[in-house]
Design a protein around this ligand. Structure first.
Ligand SMILES: NC(=O)c1ccc[n+]([C@@H]2O[C@H](COP(=O)([O-])OP(=O)(O)OC[C@H]3O[C@@H](n4cnc5c(N)ncnc54)[C@H](OP(=O)(O)O)[C@@H]3O)[C@@H](O)[C@H]2O)c1
Length: 279
């Protein structure tokens, strides 16, 4: 296994799901971890497991919606171990409602947490990385960053925005020693749908069936570490749903027809067929 010994990794969204698993994988690979999210109780739970791996770690509470507070959080994070080698912008919230049923307040919250928050953290931290001529910024996008499906409008918008910003930034960083890695997860087994918002800003509060038996967070985190090691520019992580990226590239027209009606139902049907042919 590649060693991250001596590396300092700052992970947002470390209190659950993919971010939590990334903490364990990085810790086992020797990194020191800065864990961030809103829930102190959950971060403490994750941190106590990290000490079991002998990893050094610190908690910095962050609410990505509160953009004005983020520059100070970057100073706090830098003060933990004196520098940050890898920033993993992983925190995010989903949406489960139609665009017309979604209030502007909810749209803004999702854009702040998923797009403006990571953007501010990255811009605040980059001068330190550029000065050291070394660093990597990782950002967790989604298939929704590639195409839109019903009931995810602001979420899809925020993830598309990440691609625009980080692609552009990458081209500006050539030769600086700082690398950008965009992670595009498919469907990963987390509680993301339970934590997602309805249009009125309340919690959706239900883990959708598709996510209950999806690609495991452990496998996803291992693959993300591999992508970080190889300094990949962009990588898909997940199961068969990755085929939709190919379909989207080959025929955006066909893809739009596919997602127009009940894409999840259609996806399950297609998956059953694919599994049948695999047998
Ligand atoms: N699971 C999937 O299938 C999937 C697919 C595509 C992309 N993704 C992306 O993967 C990332 C991780 O999602 P997940 O699946 O692991 O979901 P999750 O278990 O719900 O984790 C989301 C994380 O984001 C944090 N977070 C939410 N709002 C925040 C805020 N205002 N400020 C700071 N942190 C906040 C949460 O912590 P607190 O609540 O403690 O703040 C939590 O640690 C997200 O960016 C998501 O969009 C997931």
């Amino acid at each position: 296994m590649y060693s991250f010994k001596g590396k300092v990794v700052w992970i947002t969204g470390a209190s659950s799901g993919i971010g939590e698993q990334l903490c364990y994988q990085f810790a086992q690979a020797g990194a020191s971890i800065i864990l961030s999210a809103r829930s102190y109780t959950n971060l403490e739970r994750v941190q106590s497991k990290l000490s079991g791996f002998g990893a050094k770690s610190r908690i910095i509470l962050i609410d990505l919606e509160l953009l004005n507070q983020l520059p100070d959080k970057v100073d706090d994070a830098l003060a933990c171990f004196g520098r940050i080698d890898i920033l993993v912008n992983n925190a995010g919230i989903g949406l489960r409602d139609f665009a017309l049923a979604t209030s502007l307040m909810t749209d803004k919250k999702i854009m702040n947490v998923n797009y403006f928050g990571p953007m501010v953290l990255t811009k605040e931290l980059l001068p330190h990385m550029i000065e050291r001529q070394s660093g990597q910024v990782v950002v967790t996008s989604s298939l929704s960053g590639k195409y839109g499906v019903p009931r995810t409008s602001a979420y899809a918008a925020s993830k598309h925005a990440l691609h625009g910003f980080f692609e552009s930034l990458r081209s500006e960083l050539v030769g600086s020693g700082v690398f950008i890695t965009i992670i595009v997860p498919g469907i990963i087994q987390t509680d993301i749908t339970a934590h997602a918002l309805k249009g009125d800003g309340t919690l959706f509060d239900r883990v959708e069936a598709t996510y209950q038996s999806a690609y495991s967070t452990e496998k996803a985190a291992k693959k993300i570490l591999q992508a970080i090691i190889k300094k990949k520019e962009e990588v898909f992580i997940g199961g068969n749903e990755g085929i939709t990226l190919l379909l989207q590239r080959l025929s955006p027209w066909l893809m739009r027809r596919f997602i127009r009606n009940h894409p999840i139902k259609r996806w399950r049907k297609l998956k059953r067929r694919l599994n049948f042919w695999k047998k």
